[in-house]
Ligand binder design. Structure first.
Ligand code: GUN
Length: 299
């Protein structure tokens, strides 16, 4: 029997995108500024191609100036850095995103650190990570996936997480570490777990809020989860499933949705949960960057 409420990330993202579109029109009308987003994709990674296409489509639907640079798999680091330099200096561009993962010969740190901190809408620059960690939110960019997760958690239990135990599963730089910083800032008591954590199910069972971001399909089970907990599933795993002799691939999260739904208070589905919110937060960060460039606060 299901008890959990399904958190509809798709509907929430659509509503937010609508208000971003309205604000974008106002910015253009009152200040003559159109938010500009440049997305750089290197190589042919099929999942990255899908993500980038969705980002471009959403940027266009918000009324942004949207450009995509598709670079060959064997592009030199120097050429990538030169393109980033051009985008850093282009006044029509307010947000720059280089889709990860990069081909092996390119150094992720070198590339992400080349992006201007003022256009770093992914929030991957060490300066912006430092500001986030130190709680200086006014002039940083919060990474998109954690920002989207926090909005969904806030919707469920409000902005103040005092007295709540939050357990983050996964310690990646893109999700685990920044979401932990955000939860801490909202006054939650935060535990970050990872592959070396002892007795993970026991640790998770103490959580009022669970954020799963490990990339292991259906790992989190009902008997790990406290009754009534909020469960946010960041995993996007492609798995093969054979039904009636026919093998199909489908997306699944890190949480066993049907199982955990029997105990959780609220849970995000995959797809249709965190994913759409991530793209919307990229649009929010780009709009905010354009507003800052115009000397507006953007808050
Ligand atoms: N690859 C997977 N997620 C992300 C993201 O949020 N930003 C970028 N640039 N690449 C990603």
């Amino acid at each position: 029997m299901k008890v959990a409420r399904k958190i509809d990330g798709k509907a929430k993202a659509a509503k937010l995108t609508e208000s971003i579109t309205l604000e974008t029109a106002t910015l253009l009308e009152e200040h003559g500024i159109k938010p500009g987003l440049a997305v750089v994709i290197i190589g042919e990674n099929p999942a990255s191609q899908v993500y980038v296409r969705n980002k471009k489509r959403t940027a266009e639907s918000c009324g942004f100036h949207s450009v995509q640079h598709s670079l060959a798999d064997d592009v030199s680091e120097q050429d990538v850095l030169q393109l980033i330099d051009e985008l850093n200096n282009d006044p029509a561009i307010h947000g720059i995103l280089v889709q990860l993962p990069l081909p092996e010969h390119l150094d992720e740190l070198t590339v992400t650190q080349a992006i201007s901190t003022a256009k770093d809408v992914d929030g991957f620059h060490l300066v912006n990570i430092g500001k986030l960690t130190a709680g200086h939110m006014a002039d940083t960019f919060v990474p998109c996936t954690p920002a989207g997760c926090m909005l969904m958690i806030e919707d469920e239990i409000g902005p103040d997480l005092s007295g709540k135990n939050a357990v983050v599963i996964g310690r990646s730089n893109i999700v685990g570490k920044p979401i932990a910083a955000l939860l801490l800032q909202a006054n939650a008591t935060v535990t970050i777990t990872h592959s070396r954590t002892k007795d993970l199910p026991r640790v998770v069972s103490g959580a009022d809020i669970v954020v799963a971001a490990v990339g292991r399909p259906n790992m989190v089970k009902a008997d790990w989860v406290k009754a009534g907990a909020i469960v946010i599933d960041v995993g996007i795993n492609r798995v093969e499933q054979t039904i009636d002799g026919e093998t199909k691939s489908r997306l699944t999260g890190d949480v066993d949705y049907d199982d955990v739904s029997t105990v959780a208070g609220a849970i995000t589905p995959v797809p249709g949960g965190v994913g759409p919110m991530t793209i919307t937060m990229l649009m929010a960060n780009t709009l905010r960057s354009a507003q800052r460039a115009a000397g507006l606060d953007g808050e």
